[in-house]
Ligand binder design. Sequence first.
Ligand code: FAD
Length: 310
Amino acid sequence: MTAWQWFREHASEFQGELRFDEPLSRHTYYRIGGATPLMALPKGESDLAWLKQGIEQTGVEFFILGLGSNLLVSDEGYPGLVIKTSRLDLSIGLDASSSLLRTGASVAVSSLLRRAAQEGWSGLECLAGVPGSVGGVVVMNAGTHLGEAQERVHRVGAYLLHAAQLQVWDRSEMAFEYRRHRFLPEGAIVTWVDWKITPTDPQQVKRVLDETLERRKSTQPVDFPSCGSVFKNPRATGLRAWQVVDRLGLRGHQIGNAQFAEKHSNFIINRGGALAADVRALIELAKARAKAELGIELEEEVKYLGPFRF
Ligand code: FAD
C-alpha cells in the first residue's frame, strides 16, 4: 500500500477537501510550482487529528500552507502532503470588554482589514496591503513601514500535529524577530490569533488603510505575480534590500521570464510563464554578487518548497 492509499481509503472520515495531484501553481501568488501528490484542506480540529493519524501511519512529510503569498514552489513540485489552512477557521469575533479580537488563522488579511475599517478597530493598519492569511502573518511576523504583526498579537492558538493537541501562547511566552517567530515548534498549525485593538472612528482607520494602499500601488509592481519582497533588509548595513539590488545594477535584470522589477527592485516578478528555477537563479545571482562585491549577506524573506538545484 502506498502512503497515498491510506489517505484515499480513509477519505470519508475527512470533513474538508482532499485534492490528489494538485498543481501548487494554483495556490501561490507567484503562479509558479509543480504538483503535490495530496493537498488537504482541513475544516476543523477533527480533520487535523485525522491528518496527524495519516502522517503517523504513513510517515509522509508535510508542509503547512497559508495563502501562498510568500512561497516559491519548485518546478518539480513537492513530494509530500500539503496542508492548506484556508478553510480551517474563518471566524472573526470581538470581546468588547477586553478589546481582544479573535480571528481564525484562515482569515485573509484583506478581509480582516475591510472589517476593521467598517467597525473602527484600530491597531492592524500596519498589515495594510499584506496579502496573506492571519496564520501566515503571525508565522512571518509580517509588517510594513507602519509596524509589525507582533505589536498587536496578544495570544496565539496552534494545533501541534506531532502531539495531536492544541496549545495556547500568551504574549509573554512569544518571541518574534524581523520577519520570523521564535516560539512555535515544528509542526505547529496556527489556528487562531487574539489581537489587541483600539476602538476608534471607522473613518480614521479607513483613511490610514487607503493612504497605505495607495502608496503601495504607486511603489510596487502590483500588476505582476510576485511574493512581495524577496530579501530581508540587511539592517546591520543601514541599507534596504532594494538598494543592494540597485547597487549591483540588477534592477530590471531578467532570467527567463522572471525579473527584478523595474518599479521595486526587491520584488522579483513573474512576467508570464516564469519557472521557479528562473526566480531562484536571480536570487542566487544577487546573493553571490552582494557577498563578493559589497561584502553583504542577503537573506531571503521568501520561503522555498520542494527541491531546488542550488
Ligand atoms: P504562506 O506564504 O502560505 O506561508 C508563509 C510561511 O508561513 C510558511 O512557512 C508556512 O508554512 C507558514 N504558515 C502559513 N500559515 C500557517 C499556519 N496557519 N500555521 C503555521 N504555519 C503557517 N510581507 C510583509 O511582511 N510585508 C509586506 O508588506 C508584504 N507585501 C507583500 C506584497 C505582495 C504583492 C506579496 C505577494 C507578498 C507580500 N508579503 C509581505 C509577503 C506575505 O504576504 C507575508 O509573508 C504573509 O504573512 C504570508 O502569509 P501566507 O498566508 O500567504 O503564508
